[in-house]
Design a protein around this ligand. Structure first.
Ligand code: DGL
Length: 275
């Protein structure tokens, strides 16, 4: 590759997608770590949730999202969706020539690093939990760790609705967390990028159940993996402050309201696209 084309790749954005706004938890970590990188985000909120669908459908949706972003031109792609990472990461990695990373390996690494007792709880969508991707990746790192999983399908709609505190999320969370609390986990892995938005309520619910757990998500570990790839491939290095460009497949206005609240700054004009 000559110097000019390397320079061009440096200037390209990092693409990030999720089924809705959950992937913004990853965007937030990426923007903190890489203030000079441009990021293009796609939330496929016309088809949220992914987590209740078949592996074939999720893989098709994931390719639709990745195709849309790749047409903009990317230096790399971050699949900021556990469900899509769990079932479609190999297919995406085989298809695209730029680096594609998912969130599961990063999340597995973070939970193994955090546990002291070797008992890790994982909550995620039905798709992620059914794929057993987390136990698989955790056992690859340490076979002695016990993993207790529970699907938590009501949490994504609560987050998409911005319903983050109060009695309803509390009761829903207690129902999902109780079996893991009974198994005496010391780490709770939030295996869905939507869930960190509920972190305060999750922590309060665990405390109410008498459980003081370390709550882990994959966002900062993914940022570390992105840093390693940018370094290895010598792709880092815009000199001016990076931008964030957001696309959704439906309802840009409601996405913008929740995204602004969640990120704590104005995401700007969110464009609706058909993919
Ligand atoms: N935020 C996604 C995940 O990490 C998808 C949630 C969904 O669409 O069901 O799994």
């Amino acid at each position: 590759m000559n110097k000019a084309s390397k320079l061009q790749i440096r200037e390209l954005p990092i693409g990030v997608f999720d089924s809705g706004l959950g992937g913004l938890t990853v965007v937030s970590a990426l923007r903190q770590r890489f203030p000079f990188e441009n990021i293009v985000y796609l939330g496929d909120n016309a088809r949220v949730p992914y987590g209740t669908r078949s592996a074939e459908t999720i893989t098709r949706y994931a390719h639709n999202c990745a195709d849309f972003l790749s047409e903009i031109g990317l230096k790399m792609l971050v699949v900021a969706c556990n469900t899509a990472s769990a079932v479609a990461i190999d297919s995406l990695q085989n298809y695209f020539s730029f680096p594609v990373i998912g969130v599961i390996k990063a999340g597995a690494r973070a939970s193994v690093a955090a546990t002291l007792t070797g008992k890790v709880g994982v909550i995620g969508t039905e798709g992620t939990i059914g794929s057993k991707a987390y136990p698989r990746e955790i056992y690859k790192i340490n076979t002695s760790i016990e993993v207790f999983q529970n699907a938590a399908p009501l949490l994504v709609p609560l987050v998409e609705e911005g319903w983050l505190e109060g009695e309803v999320p509390r009761l829903v969370l207690e129902r999902y967390l109780l079996p893991m609390v009974k198994n005496d986990i010391d780490v709770l892995m939030l295996g869905c990028t939507h869930y960190p938005v509920l972190k305060a309520q999750i922590s309060a619910s665990l405390k109410k159940m008498g459980k003081d757990c370390t709550i882990v998500d994959s966002a900062s570990s993914v940022a570390l993996e992105v840093a390693q790839i940018l370094e290895l491939k010598k792709m880092a290095g815009n000199k001016i402050k990076g931008t964030l460009e957001c696309y959704v497949t439906d309802l840009p206005a409601s996405f913008t309201t929740v995204a602004n609240r969640f990120l704590g700054y104005d995401v700007g004009v969110v464009k609706r696209v058909d993919i």
